[in-house]
Design a protein around this ligand. Structure first.
Ligand code: HC1
Length: 573
């Protein structure tokens, strides 16, 4: 360790630490704006500037400590420097904060408030010209709110391995954009929304469907149903100041009912349905020489990535639609029949932790009943906005339960929302189906946890099944390259586009850099889902009574003709 002085206190920190890290060890927090640990360590914004010996200034996020160093983090000179930096950023920023989608949780706004910087223009002059880019199905990029922190381009390149946005031009003309100034929708962006999740301001946001959903609810001719993804319940509470890792399923159901949805259902139900179809498909492939490894297909960002970047592996993808889409197809067929409704009378809405779902609902072959399986999808953040707009006091709502029959999900269904969960759920069903014996232990711990790539082998009857799990697309790329080179040999692979799986989805509540850098957000959210699984009386998809009834009265067997028509899809190369 090295000892330095920070604000007159002796602080000991490992050699190689930055000033920011050393200060944090002593509970001295230095404000940051662009800094994201291991993702964006480039000192672009200069907000974390501190004074070091001799009145020199240094960006604490990148400046390493050395023995005997003296640091001051909060002198009048430093505060003045930070204020001026903020004023300069604001001089080239659209300051229409009142109506900004991020008002209230904008990291720039928070710093201005903390440092007493108002919206007055101190450095009046030109603004870098910009026009919002609305070309993508899932999001808007508004450079008039961009502060050039590069968090978005860093996560796109370093975590997702894609790199479809980055700085264009030079000097004052610098702006974040795509190569050749193409619209984002014309690039090979996979719609994961990780850039939105890390944007500190309102420069990046999802294309909202709040108005369309509200209009459908107001239309008395329509039967409006909603499904909520597994991971939404694990994060929605953060929008209402619940601690990260709080399960708000009951309040979420209650809020959706009060927003006026006719029925409130659970994507966990169709996650179970996915397992029935996917486990069947896997067994078929194993027993009849089908293409292996089979790769899961529920994450639409991953599907788009595979189609763009590994087109020769689309045959490895399971033909199963995602649970979101399976839900929609069943809602407009089986459920419609049960309710005496026509498919076109139903408006099918989903709440997802994901922005790529906005792209997925418009894909070809996702309209099994002559109208889209899912009409509108909103993110966890959009649902929070709807709840706030309606004036509901979320924290005071009672806990309520999902409607039946499409609201019943197993513990296997709920863990879909975290990396490894789809694999574990599939194994619970596939192993029992292949061996004909009940599993003594349902937890497959080797595929749990937040590592980017996980591997395991299981003896299933006479068969040794090799599996792998990857989340975050750079990990997917590495894994697939190993498969292609013959270095790795798996039967079954789960891939989720976002790091940590859906709990870390691009549509989840945004946490400021400070929290992202110091808290295991994904681990806490994942624990919600594992706890929910552990406390569920039904923990295997094939034991879900609503799924059993669906097969016995409507679909027949997994893989039946009707199941294929409703629940399976194809891919483009
Ligand atoms: Fe997901 Fe899925 S788990 S893709 O991460 O398979 O979005 O939560 O709903 O469809 O079930 C997302 C989550 C979600 C689907 C399921």
């Amino acid at each position: 360790n090295i000892t330095i002085k920070i604000n007159g206190l002796d602080v000991s920190a490992p050699a190689g630490s930055t000033i920011l890290e050393a200060a944090r060890l002593a509970h001295i927090e230095i404000p940051t704006l662009c800094f994201l640990k291991e993702i964006n360590e480039i000192a672009a914004c200069r907000i974390c500037t501190v004074e070091i010996g001799g009145g020199k200034l240094a960006a604490s996020c990148v400046y390493p400590i050395n023995a005997g160093m003296e640091v001051w983090t909060n002198t009048p000179k430093i505060r003045d420097y930070r204020k001026k930096t903020l004023q300069l950023i604001l001089s080239n920023h659209d300051r229409s904060c009142l109506s900004c989608v991020r008002s209230g949780d904008c990291e720039l706004q928070t710093l201005c408030k903390e440092l007493g910087v108002d919206a007055e223009n101190y450095y009046d002059g030109d603004k870098t010209p910009s026009t919002p880019d609305e070309s993508a199905a899932h999001m808007v990029r508004d450079n008039s709110k961009c502060i050039l922190c590069r968090r978005c381009s860093s996560i796109c390149e370093k975590v997702q391995g894609i790199g479809v946005i980055g700085p264009n031009s030079r000097g004052f003309a610098t702006f974040i954009g795509s190569p050749f100034e193409m619209g984002l929708g014309d690039t090979s962006c996979v719609s994961c929304g990780q850039c939105i999740a890390v944007c500190p301001t309102g420069a990046l946001y999802e294309k909202s469907s709040i108005q369309e959903v509200a209009d459908a609810i107001a239309d008395s001719e329509k039967h409006v149903i909603v499904q909520t993804a597994p991971a939404v319940r694990a994060a929605l509470g953060e929008e209402f100041n619940f601690p990260i890792g709080t399960n708000v399923e009951g309040k979420m159901v209650s809020a959706l009912r009060r927003l006026g949805f006719d029925k409130v259902f659970d994507t966990n139900f169709s996650a179970d349905l996915t397992i029935m179809e996917e486990a069947h498909e896997f067994i078929e492939r194993v027993q009849h020489g089908g293409v292996l490894p089979m790769i899961t297909s529920c994450s639409p960002g991953w599907i788009k990535y595979c189609e763009h970047y590994f087109p020769d592996m689309t045959e490895n993808l399971s033909s199963c639609k995602s649970p979101q889409q399976m839900f929609g197809a069943i809602a407009k067929s089986y459920y419609a029949e049960k309710m005496g409704l026509k498919p076109e009378d139903i408006v099918s809405v989903s709440v997802m932790p994901c922005t790529a779902k906005k792209f997925e609902i418009g894909r070809d072959d996702q309209d099994a009943n002559g109208s889209p399986d899912v009409d509108y999808t909103i993110t966890t953040r959009e649902l929070a906005r709807m709840i706030k707009q309606a004036g509901l006091r979320f924290e005071n709502l009672p806990d309520e339960s999902f409607d039946t029959p499409l609201g019943l999900g197993s513990g296997a269904g709920v863990i879909f929302g975290t990396t490894g969960g789809v694999m574990e759920a599939a194994l619970r069903t596939a192993v029992e189906s292949l061996t004909g014996e009940e599993l003594a232990k349902l937890e497959f711990n080797d595929v749990r946890g937040m590592e980017g790539i996980k591997e395991a082998s299981y003896e299933v009857g006479d068969l040794k099944v090799n599996v792998a799990v990857a989340s975050g697309l750079i990990n997917a790329r590495d894994l697939l390259n190993r498969v292609k080179s013959g270095e790795a040999d798996y039967h079954f692979i789960e891939i989720m586009g976002c790091p940590g799986g859906c709990i870390g989805g691009g549509g989840q509540p945004q946490q400021p850099g400070y929290i992202r850098n110091t808290t295991d957000i994904r681990g806490l959210r994942a624990k919600v889902l594992y706890d929910s699984d552990a406390s569920n009386k039904i923990r295997k998809s094939h034991e879900n009574p609503a799924i059993k009834e669906l097969y016995s009265t409507y679909l027949g067997e997994p893989g039946s003709e009707r199941a294929h028509h409703l629940l399976h899809t194809t891919y483009v190369k």
